[in-house]
Design a protein around this ligand. Structure first.
Ligand code: DC
Length: 219
């Protein structure tokens, strides 16, 4: 009977270098490589394409269960919207359970009859393949990881950076608006100025006009 494939589990946070290491190790050893983040990304793509919310557990679990190997080679899996959605649905235990068989199947029978498999992700050594012969956890200082991520975004061009900035800003505003204690909101009697198409002078003029309308001090 053929020997069981050798499994190498590589885990770590974003931009720790696990994808690069996994690819190199797999090429060097002649092993098959599975970037398990692609499963979460491809699931996110399906959820978004169906117009559903990645936070909707039932919709995300359905998408995870319907995932095909070909989806992992789909377009746009590195887009910011997909990255954000993948991170949301990866928190759902049902989604994670639905993706387990595929990952374990890959490790047990690496494609192309390879003698081993390298899987990289977040929970390979702990949950997916706890019996892996080799387990590596990569980490790096957050400043270094942020720098790597920035370099990656720069390589992808301004669009990637803008998407990232937009996502971070929206997430921060949503937290500010939705918190129970003193959320961000205009007072009922506030004069709201939309500055989208104004420069600072115009904003100042409008604010001063409002001040003058509301007080007897004329400035
Ligand atoms: O590694 P990545 O950025 O492509 O992963 C995409 C998302 O999927 C990320 O938010 C973490 C999640 N993920 C996970 O929870 N478990 C894995 N084994 C791999 C990825």
């Amino acid at each position: 009977m053929a020997e069981a494939p050798v499994v190498v589990a590589i885990d770590g946070p974003a931009a720790s270098g696990k994808g690069t290491l996994a690819q190199r190790l797999a090429a060097h050893l002649g092993f098959a490589h599975l970037d398990t983040g692609l499963l979460y990304r491809a699931t996110a793509r399906r959820v978004l394409d169906a117009g559903r919310d990645p936070a909707d557990g039932a919709a995300s679990q359905r998408a995870a269960r319907g995932l095909k190997a070909a989806d992992l080679a789909g377009e746009g899996l590195r887009e910011e919207a997909v990255t954000a959605a993948a991170s949301v649905l990866a928190a759902d235990a049902g989604v994670r359970a639905a993706l387990l068989d595929f990952q374990r199947g890959f490790a047990a029978a690496p494609p192309g009859g390879a003698p081993g498999a390298v899987l990289d992700g977040r929970d390979i050594g702990t949950v997916v393949c706890p019996g892996a012969a080799v387990k590596i956890f990569l980490d790096a200082h957050e400043d270094v990881r942020a720098e790597r991520r920035l370099r990656e975004l720069l390589q992808r061009g301004a669009k990637g950076i803008q998407e990232q900035v937009l996502r971070d800003m929206n997430a921060r505003d949503a937290r500010d608006r939705e918190r129970a204690a003193a959320p961000l909101a205009p007072a009922e009697d506030a004069f709201v100025i939309d500055t989208s198409t104004m420069d600072a002078d115009e904003v100042f003029r409008q604010a001063l006009a409002h001040f003058n309308a509301r007080t007897t001090i004329r400035k």
